[in-house]
Write a protein of this length. Structure first.
Length: 292
């Protein structure tokens, strides 16, 4: 039997354990379903679990039909009702809740399984099944795992991206890392930097860790954040435009409008859906009754 265990990312960054509860079928009365000697071979099917019936099909023709025994229900045995177990009602197994402690090793990955031999469901006359615990890694608030690397998104203001910054990152194992940009280093949107040895520990080799990859998002200021005079001063401090073209005598003045590609696609899909509905209605006119 298989049980899914939800774990957050930090629980896989260091060795831990979790108590897992699950429902299991267990044998009762040693799998007899009643008192000792209460179980006897079914007299109706003689212990085969099958009844054979002869059915007349037509004159001179008969057909044998096999069905599950109506007395023992295919179990081949029956129990005297007065000696039958009241808890399992003769089914020999009952369901109960069991709790098992699971050790989570450092670096275990999403979907990895842990096997407990003979800790699964029981059936009369059979060896107990195995219990399989499958680890289900839950999404973390700050980190995304990619194999043994961790990805952390850091949002910088425009001034930090241009002039430098000091930031801290709180790790999964409760340490604090200080990150400082180099003098003159400029960060652009979607830039990446890597810190070696600060990712997830490798499974079975916990002293070897992956990388902590920092992804930078630049937060630009809103419209009109500076008066026009100060904007001109800022322009003089920044690098000049990369390409300046002369304006020809014959030109048209156009205006830029805000545009959201995702919203535009949704509106396009909605228009197509309405047009398809209109087309279906026009191609299937109502049938008019013939006049007398």
């Amino acid at each position: 039997m298989e049980v899914l265990e939800n774990l957050v990312l930090h629980e896989k960054s260091y060795a831990t354990s979790a108590k897992v509860g699950y429902s299991i079928r267990i044998l009762i009365f040693s799998g007899r379903g009643g008192k000792a000697g209460a179980v006897v071979t079914c007299h109706m099917c003689r212990g085969t679990g099958i009844q054979t019936h002869v059915r007349h099909v037509s004159a001179g023709f008969v057909q044998q039909v096999q069905t599950t025994c109506s007395v023992c229900k295919g179990e081949k045995e029956i129990i005297n009702p007065k000696d039958c177990c009241k808890k399992c009602e003769g089914r020999k197994v009952v369901r109960e809740t069991k709790v098992i402690e699971v050790s989570i090793d450092k670096g275990m990955s999403d979907g990895q399984t842990i096997k407990f031999a003979e800790e699964g469901d029981c059936e009369p006359g059979l060896q107990p099944g195995d219990l399989i615990i499958t680890l289900d890694e839950q999404q973390h608030k700050h980190f995304i795992r990619r194999r043994n690397d961790l990805i952390y998104t850091m949002v910088l203001s425009l001034s930090e991206a241009l002039c430098g910054f000091h930031r801290v990152i709180h790790t999964l194992d409760d340490r604090t890392l200080l990150i400082t940009s180099k003098p003159g280093e400029v960060f652009t949107n979607k830039d990446f930097r890597a810190i070696e040895g600060e990712g997830m520990p490798r499974y079975k080799n916990p002293f070897d860790k992956g990388r902590l990859i920092v992804k930078f998002d630049i937060s630009f200021p809103k419209n009109d954040f500076l008066p026009k005079a100060q904007l001109e001063s800022l322009r003089k401090l920044l690098p000049p435009p990369t390409c300046i073209e002369d304006t020809p005598e014959d030109y048209e003045t156009v205006e830029l409008h805000p545009f959201d590609p995702e919203l535009d696609q949704q509106q396009h899909d909605r228009r197509e859906m309405y047009e398809d509905d209109d087309g279906n209605e026009s191609s299937n006119p109502r049938v008019q009754c013939a006049s007398a």
